[in-house]
Design a protein around this ligand. Structure first.
Ligand code: OSB
Ligand code: MG
Length: 374
């Protein structure tokens, strides 16, 4: 008699706010981060724990969601509807999450924790449950805005470490001079830039001038909520545009690719609402022949592990942002170390699911608040 999988019944949820100091402040066009503050969700079911890390910031600078807003939405609306319920698979969750508008980052943390739990219940690595095809993923570095001399040193150490691509954060006035300096010292490296929405259509001459630097792509030059104007820019420059902030769903991806607003997409599972949305975007891009890559939000080991498993899907053909955790933190909240060698990040496989385990005493020491939903 074949056994039927009974599903998993979620008994309780623990929602924490964690704060980890960053080794180097991370500067992008919209602001500076000195500590990585995030919500961590632990779902408990039949002796197993499903873990996930949320990617919204304390303030709505990168996108609209915030940690205080997420805490309220999760505690008051989502988690009470999930605790006590049995789920045959993560797809069952969507009926609870879909009716609510927006809040993709908050929905993602719940959906991702259920994926971890479900793959643990099945005894599978998350990558296998998702349909991944690799046991290690290619990664590059994302370098924050800094004086040019400092950036040159950081590019040099990233090259020495074997990272497969260097992404430079840019903003108005910190762009072409930086690129000229980097290209002079490193003529052949795989190089990209990320503007985090700092430019407008009036800046077309600057964006077009970037064609001289053989960039693999320009990430998110224009507004976070815009697809139309990106198509105008893409039609006027040779370099590929990669959209990050503007792609929230598979529908957005279709619209952007039909409109010619981008040729590459940065997928962040924690931003788009979870693995179902991330896979749907991946599939749409693949159908259009557009490569995707896995972005990051300076995650701790929990979010980093989720990102690595996601990036094992077949159309993640460009290096992602999931570089070694030791570049960000002195100490991580997990027991394993997530380190890349020669630009390859192995898929963590210490246990089923996301393949990493919490360092409880250290996690407790960096937890600022804990809420339990039963
Ligand atoms: O746009 O990709 C981005 C970090 C914070 C907010 C936005 C972005 C980023 C990164 C960091 O680029 C990627 C990483 O190293 O995790
Ligand atoms: Mg980006």
């Amino acid at each position: 008699m074949p056994q039927t999988f009974p599903g998993i019944r979620i008994e309780a949820a623990e929602l924490r706010i964690v704060s980890l100091p960053l080794l180097t402040p991370f500067v992008i066009s919209t602001g500076t981060m000195t500590d990585k503050v995030f919500a961590l969700l632990i779902l408990k079911a039949e002796g197993l724990e499903g873990l996930a890390e949320a990617v919204m910031d304390p303030a709505p600078d990168y996108l609209e969601e915030t940690i205080p807003g997420a805490m309220a939405f999760l505690q008051d609306i989502i988690l009470p509807r999930i605790v006590g319920q049995r789920f045959a698979s993560p797809a069952d969750l969507l009926a609870i999450l879909d009716p609510w508008r927006g809040h993709r980052m908050s929905k993602a943390v719940v959906e991702m924790a259920v994926w971890d739990l479900w793959s643990k219940a099945l005894g599978l690595p998350l990558a296998a449950a998702l349909g991944g095809v690799r046991d290690a993923v290619e990664v590059g570095v994302s370098l924050g805005i800094a004086p040019i001399a400092r950036t040159l040193e950081r590019v040099s150490s990233a090259q020495a470490a074997g990272y497969r691509r260097t992404k430079l954060k840019i903003r108005q006035g910190h762009d072409l001079t930086l690129l000229a300096a980097v290209r002079k010292e490193f003529p052949d490296i795989k190089l990209t830039v990320d503007a985090n929405t700092d430019y407008g259509l009036v800046d077309l001459p600057v964006l077009r001038a970037m064609d001289d630097f053989a960039l693999d792509y320009i990430e998110q030059p224009l507004a976070f909520d815009d697809i139309h104007d990106h198509a105008q820019v893409q039609a006027a420059i040779r370099t590929a545009i990669c959209l990050d902030e503007s792609i929230r769903s598979a529908v957005d991806a279709r619209k952007a690719l039909v409109a010619g607003a981008a040729r590459v997409i940065n997928i962040k599972v924690g931003r788009v609402g979870g693995f179902a949305a991330a896979r749907a975007i991946h599939d749409v891009a693949q159908a259009f022949g557009a490569p995707v890559w896995c972005g990051g939000m300076l995650e701790s080991g929990v979010g980093r592990a989720h990102n690595i498993h996601l990036a094992t899907l077949p159309n993640f053909t460009k290096p992602g942002d999931t570089s070694s955790a030791s570049r960000y933190f002195k100490r991580d909240i997990i027991q394993q170390s997530l380190e890349a060698t020669d630009g390859l990040m192995p898929v963590p496989g210490h246990c089923p699911g996301i393949g990493v385990t919490l360092d409880r005493p250290f996690l407790d020491s960096v937890t600022r608040r804990t809420e339990v939903i039963r």
